[in-house]
Design a protein around this ligand. Sequence first.
Ligand code: ADP
Ligand code: MG
Length: 538
Amino acid sequence: MRRKLNCLAAWKASELTLKETFHGIVEESWTRCRLWFESHAARPIIVRLPADELVRRRLQSYAVIQALRNQIKAIASTMDGLFGAVLFADAEGWLLDAHGDTATLSALSRLGITEGSCILERYIGGTALGSAYSSNTAITFESSHHYLVGMRQWSSAGVPIFSRETNERLGVLGLLLKKTRMVPTVIPLLQAISTALSQVVDVDRDKQMMAQIYRSLLSHIGAHVIHVGSTAEREILHEHHPTPLSPSLREEMANITREGVRPRTEVRLHGKPYIAQVEELTGMNGEPFGHLGTFRDMTREETLEQQLINAEHQSALTTLAAGIAHEIRNPLTTARGFLQLFETRIQSQRDKEFLHLTIDELDRVTKLVNDFMGLARPDHSKRTIVDLTEVVRSSNQLISAEAALSGVRFITAIDDEVYVWGDENQLKQVILNVVQNALQACDGADESVTVRLMAQEATVSLSIEDTGNGMTKEQLERVYEPFFTTKSTGTGMGMVVTKRIVTDLGGSIDIASTEGQGTTVTILLKRAQPSERLDDAQ
Ligand code: ADP
Ligand code: MG
């Protein structure tokens, strides 16, 4: 935003007598101004920062401005009523802060010099502030040294501020006195303030750097952090949350922090596991700064741990299945054979009943062992291209009789010539397990079980849908858990084995179930081409 100065008549140079210490600098300033205003621009103009940019720059220099304001009282008190205003312009010459006597500030404002305007000589003519900026030295201007006539009611002093760490110019500090002669002690005073301010800037820079490191560390550890004060209210002073938090959970964390020091402990908040730790914060002399609580969400770790336990569980079962089941099955078959043989020889009806009971029990054990057997790691060398269409059809033959007995409609829709890689017996077991579950879920009349086999481009989908009693959410969650069964004669191993076989073949299994409405089990397998059979034989 540009605005023409309204005191044009006033800036025309008048003759000057320069007797003071800063002759050289003031003279140079005049030379520059004459050159600039008389041959380049027709008149001085005021250049101003857009409002939002002014706000941004003031925030950036917040520490300096704040420190400067704290010093103003001290400055004013040494000036015996002569104090007009203190001005701070940033490294590019933008006036960010003007503070002081109201009459002085409004006189400045009438000249167009307010927060946000540029103090460089080429815009407002020579002042101590602008000259300190362009000459990089401390300087005072008295009355007629100022290029603008409107400024000649004051004397002014300007001191550049440098960073002690990086030596770069941070800005300039200016002082206006309400008299035309300068007080000799002003320059040392301003220089002392400038040194203090540069320290403030360096400390502020360190503070900002620490804050940045702190923020980056915080986001890295991903924990909720709460700092409560040491006063009676123990209010929350700072906090950091990697994820949004409900107000009640935040309050719970704050309360744990308020309870005081606590070593790393597990706590459960709102049903989720956290590792909590509370430390006391103290200053260098041991003064209390309150307490710092950190809360790390351990849900992921807990899930992983549970998965590990499950995996161990599974692998123990696998070993058991591989090692023992086989040994049990053989003698069972022999025992059952002999028992059947005895059946013909036994006369007593009571004994016959006992014998049937025994055989039934043996069958139950055999069934369990057979289910177990499926858990053993399949022998990869037994894998061939299997005609799944054939396997599904032959399994269906077995099952349709069972379905007819229980009055369940058995519907099939089977694509021809669908091939997959696998072990025929295992695939048969998968179909029997799933279809039997479907039949067992149907009890009332007018129920149906539908088996669909469809081949797509690269996958084969086998779905078994029933209109049976379905599963509750909890049952659905536990369906692959070993020994989970809701049936009086169930083993709870059918789905465990099914999933194992399917995933070993690189396939997937998905169950959709609604309690009281039915269940659909969808198995996806990789499709094979019969021509691959040749490679297999080689
Ligand atoms: P089992 O049949 O011996 O009980 P499974 O592992 O085959 O063992 O099945 C485990 C449990 O999953 C069953 O007891 C039953 O509660 C549930 N389930 C499996 N399939 C179905 C289905 N199609 N409809 C309803 N519940 C089912
Ligand atoms: Mg079953």
